[in-house]
Write a protein that binds this ligand. Structure first.
Ligand code: AGP
Length: 622
């Protein structure tokens, strides 16, 4: 995610802003920028792509930017490539191509979040004579504030509250106004933002680590609030522009703990970010109840011409493909093949213009997946990439790209990116079906309603995580674990098994439940743990009987099933219940307990959860 920082006080701002940004680098970014002012009308803006040290070098470690009030930003691209002109800060006036230099603008700002209705707002501003130099939603937000500031002339707080009422999405904004030289104005909805203060200076940041070195006294600005930040003083306002009192909190964390937002590991933090990752990805694809994949360039004609879908990916991304095949086949009635990218690249699969090859990749840099994409293109297939990193190689080379908005994922074991990919694939399946007429508009609306409820249902599962923590303490010393299921439950089992293997180092296998008796069941011994995924109604009884076959040979059974399915307790030893949803989308919910189980097992075994042995976050070699 993007990182925001701000400073106003008696010291030079730029060095402090750079130092604070360096403490937010873990959030992931691809460009950075500063805007600093020294009491004059002008704000000096400097931007740089790539790593933060490029910006530091460009500003002589901040010494080249005089001024005691400023804002800074590290950008994780969501709208527009990671280019200089798209980097923040953004201004209400015009901005040179380099994005740097003194700017005569009434408003200068940085933003973390997603403005969902930025297109319509941009059109409104264009009609009122505004011009735009970037592809970002942030520039639209800054110019909208400027528009209201000039139109109503009753000050920054009013201009910002009017903007907040008008925009849809998530935002943490830090803005400077030409007429208020030593002040910074902030606004927040859903994206993180904190405001620190000391006797004679104030700080803003997306996260605590950025300012811990300077102060431990922070305000947690609430949703729909505006803050007026001056040296040593912060005033908060609600949407009506009325002042609201806010408590000051003492931070007791140390710096490293703060980077993880108070969680012990990035993996646990990222599991808890799944509701937001799923919601943001959904909102980027479904607007006002209608699917809008225009960002991909996939036309309805192309969709109607598809006769075969091939999905190529690695690891957890391949598991997303394994889940997606059931959903696409059932809803859109298109035959789907799912192949490991490392196999796909060498197979002689018959492909044509009527084949859609979908490459799924969090990093967008996995060598095997990139190779598979290139083979697919050489063979004349239409290619679509589902990727989390904007501007990554796979994203750039595919004919069409669908971005997930999970934000940067630090833990090697993927969780929130996997969940975001799942939901993207589900929406794609519904869209394919709607365009090809295999689901009615009413059914499409119902499916979208189910998808919209997924983030809150994930949150509900996370509230019950203590049961998983307890169960993992009971099974942390087991030697073999089998995850079994049928259909979509088999695909979920694959991911549950990989999570367990890669961070707990316990041998684990995922098996199609109906296949166990063809050999593997010989491995079942006393107390072997068998975890059955039981979310598909018509397959439920069959999987339970496969589990009982294991139990009769000494296995300990655990089941993941939906609320109300209490009969399962007649068969299994330990049950985890998850909320109901349309069965096509059960993977998004059933995977959460399995991610938590793997996480707590790794912790119980005292292992390096975020950086497991032998693994890399992105496998860029064959
Ligand atoms: C998943 O937890 C692993 N880190 C790994 O299997 C990963 O999913 C795989 O390497 C694919 O990576 P990608 O999504 O970046 O292409």
């Amino acid at each position: 995610m993007c990182g925001i920082v701000g400073y106003t006080g008696r010291k030079q701002a730029a060095p402090i802003l750079l130092d604070s940004l360096s403490r937010l680098e873990y959030r992931g970014y691809d460009s950075a920028g500063l805007a600093v002012r020294n009491g004059t009308a002008l704000a000096e803006v400097v931007k740089a792509t790539g790593k933060l040290h490029h910006l530091a070098d460009k500003t002589d470690q901040g010494r080249a930017l005089a001024g005691c009030c400023g804002i800074g930003h590290t950008r994780w691209a969501t709208h527009g490539d990671p280019s200089l002109v798209n980097a923040h800060p953004h201004v209400s006036g015009n901005c040179s191509g380099s994005g740097s230099g003194a700017v005569e603008s009434d408003v200068v700002g940085v933003h973390n979040g997603i403005i969902e209705n930025y297109t319509e707002l941009k059109e409104k501003l264009l009609r009122r004579g505004y011009t735009f130099y970037s592809e970002t939603d942030t520039e639209v937000a800054v110019k909208l504030v400027d528009y209201y500031y000039k139109k109503y002339k009753i000050g920054p707080v009013d201009a910002i509250t009017r903007t907040m009422v008008r925009i849809r999405g998530s935002y943490a904004l830090a803005l400077m106004f030409k007429d208020f030289p030593d002040e910074i104005f902030a606004a927040r909805k859903d994206s993180p933002l904190i405001i620190g203060t000391d006797e004679e200076e104030s700080f803003l940041a997306s996260d605590v680590p950025a300012i811990l070195k300077y102060t431990r006294q922070v305000y947690y600005i609430d949703n729909h609030q505006v803050a007026r930040v001056s040296p040593g003083k912060v005033v908060f306002y609600d949407l009506n522009g009325d002042e609201v009192p806010m408590p000051l909190t003492e931070i007791t964390w140390d710096a490293e703990a703060a980077e993880k937002g108070g969680y012990e590991h990035f993996m646990l933090k990222e599991i808890h970010e799944e509701p937001a990752a799923v919601r943001d990805t959904l909102n980027s694809m479904v607007k006002d109840g209608k699917i809008d994949l225009s960002q991909t360039g996939l036309t309805e004609d192309v969709i109607r011409s598809i006769e075969q879908i091939d999905i190529a990916a690695c690891g957890s991304a391949w598991h997303v493909g394994m889940a997606a095949q059931y959903v696409i086949e059932d809803l859109a009635e298109i035959p789907v093949r799912v192949e490991l990218a490392s196999e796909f690249r060498y197979r002689k699969l018959p492909l044509s213009r009527n084949t859609l090859v979908i490459v799924i990749s969090q990093s967008g840099e996995t060598a095997d997946s990139l190779a598979a994409l290139r083979v697919a293109k050489e063979r004349g297939a239409v290619t679509l990439a589902i990727v989390n990193v904007i501007g990554s190689t796979i994203a750039r080379e595919a004919d069409h790209v669908l971005y997930t908005l999970a934000g940067p994922e630090i833990a090697v074991a993927t969780t929130k990116a996997y969940s975001a990919q799942l939901i993207a694939a589900d929406v794609l399946a519904v869209h394919l079906a709607a365009v090809r007429g295999t689901v009615s508009p009413e059914r499409e609306a119902g499916l979208l309603e189910e998808l919209a409820a997924i983030p809150d249902k994930i949150s509900r599962i996370l509230e019950e995580k203590d049961r998983l923590q307890w169960f993992s303490s009971k099974m942390a010393n087991t030697h073999d674990i089998f995850f079994i299921g049928r259909g979509l439950d088999y695909a979920i089992s694959l991911e549950g098994s990989l999570k367990m293997k890669e961070i707990s180092y316990i041998h684990s296998e995922a098996y199609a439940a109906g296949e166990l008796k063809h050999g593997t069941i010989s491995l079942i011994e006393n107390n072997t743990l068998v975890i059955g995924v039981l979310t598909q109604k018509e397959l439920y009884e069959k999987t339970v009987s496969n589990m009982m076959e294991c139990k009769s040979r000494g296995a300990f059974l655990a089941g993941i099933t939906t609320n109300g399915n209490f009969s399962v307790e007649d068969s299994v030893n330990f049950t985890v219940y998850i909320p109901k949803t349309d069965e096509h989308f059960m993977a998004s919910l059933a995977i959460v307990p399995l991610q938590l189980l793997a996480y707590y097992t790794s912790v119980n075994r005292g292992l390096d959860v975020d950086k497991p042995r032998n693994l890399a976050k992105s496998v860029t070699v064959e």
